[in-house]
Ligand binder design. Structure first.
Ligand code: CP3
Length: 344
């Protein structure tokens, strides 16, 4: 197996910087759109053979060092009794606005959560055994709760933030239930063969550091500490987290995901060498030209410092990304990081 990604997560020496791409399976790929023209997104996520097929699509095109199971951060919520549509982002049929709605959320056992996705992990970990590691994932409590309460995506999640400050007991109960289910779900993916896990906290940036620390961080810490001793690297990606200061480093992860707004060097200076760092090429820069892409790859590799750096985008790849740009990106990362000029 190509173990560059796992070695980099453990801050061991590598012959070149490994890379994968957040949301690497998706609409920018014609072969993904082809599958989606026949089935809706939910069916795609719920059919192990199809999710496995789509997970492998980007690996057939690009030299990537890890796969990530195809599902959504909202997938495990169906087993808590929540009905979700996708348009294309998640839409909650009955947003959660009070304690009664929270109390109705089921807390399923480990073996009952998103069983189709766990089956996909099982299929893929067999299929990828001699190729690359498979990453399992889940949404972080804040990000998932934000969708559940707001009912859909939003810029600032004003409805959710008001709920969080006003309905303290209900909010705590909601976050507690999500924490229990997320811990079990990640453990189920590890049991099924995931070689690393990532917690996506895409909307971490909607709260102040003070509020995040007192209202959210303890739950994230519980999730990561529930996986202590599981033997797989734990990645925490908090988007737009610059205002959160040292909080991402206190979550209990082994690898800190960094979005495009923060320089990797500054992240390392702030959090120290006790972590590996993942990121952080701005996905919008894939819509330029090869000169711009290549020089930015060089800059990101340099700021990543070599050892303990996993190259990735600073957020998910955009649906209108040209395939050619992804080839340029992947080739540049391989070429520039193999020369030994970058990092030490
Ligand atoms: O990385 C991968 O290749 C695995 C697949 C994956 C998806 N969603 C597939 C998807 C992963 C890891 C996610 C995580 C996810 N989902 C996050 C965290 C990462 C991030 O980008 O911040 C969030 C916030 C969601 C919620 C969500 N689901 C949104 C905002 C959307 C719309 C996205 C868009 O690109 O418009 C979805 C739907 C979704 N999830 C799609 C895919 C491929 C598009 C669905 C389609 O085919 O119509």
């Amino acid at each position: 197996m190509n173990d560059l990604f796992l070695r980099a997560c453990r801050r061991e020496s590598v012959s070149r910087t490994p890379m994968w791409i957040m949301r690497q399976a998706g609409r920018y790929l014609p072969e993904y759109r082809e599958v989606r023209s026949k089935v809706d997104f939910r069916t795609l996520c719920e059919t192990p053979e199809l999710s496995a097929k789509v997970t492998l699509q980007p690996l057939a095109r690009f030299d990537l060092d890890a796969a990530i199971v195809f599902a959504d951060i909202m997938t495990p919520l169906e087993s808590m009794g929540v009905s979700i549509d996708f348009a294309p982002g998640p839409v909650i049929q009955d947003p959660i606005r009070d304690r009664a709605a929270v109390d109705q959320l089921r807390i399923p056992e480990k073996g009952e959560i998103a069983t189709n996705t766990v089956e996909t992990v099982r299929i893929l970990s067999r299929e990828l055994e001699s190729r690359v590691p498979l990453i399992g994932f889940a949404g972080a409590p804040l990000t998932v709760a934000a969708y559940l309460v707001e009912g859909k995506g939003s810029k600032d999640f004003n409805v959710f933030r008001s709920f969080l400050y006003r309905e303290r007991a209900a909010a705590d109960e909601l976050l507690d239930r999500l924490t229990q289910v997320t811990s079990r779900y990640l453990q189920a993916q590890i049991d099924a063969g995931a070689k690393a896990i990532q917690l996506f906290d895409s909307w971490a940036g909607i709260l102040s550091a003070r509020d995040y620390e007192s209202m959210i961080l303890p739950y994230v810490q519980r999730i990561f500490s529930s996986l202590d001793g599981c033997g797989v690297p734990r990645i925490y990606f908090a988007q737009d987290a610059a205002a959160l200061g040292t909080i991402p480093a206190r979550a209990g992860a082994d690898v800190i995901g960094v979005d495009w707004r923060t320089d990797l060097r500054d992240a390392r200076r702030l959090h120290g060498d006790g972590f590996a760092y993942q990121g952080n090429f701005d996905p919008a820069r894939l819509r330029t030209n090869s000169e711009v892409i290549e020089s930015e790859v060089k800059r990101v590799l340099e700021s990543g410092g070599g050892t303990g750096h996993i190259f990735n985008l600073g957020h998910g790849i955009l649906p209108d990304t040209p395939i050619e740009s992804v080839h340029t990106l992947v080739d540049a990362v391989r070429r520039f990081s193999s020369t030994g000029e970058i990092g030490s």
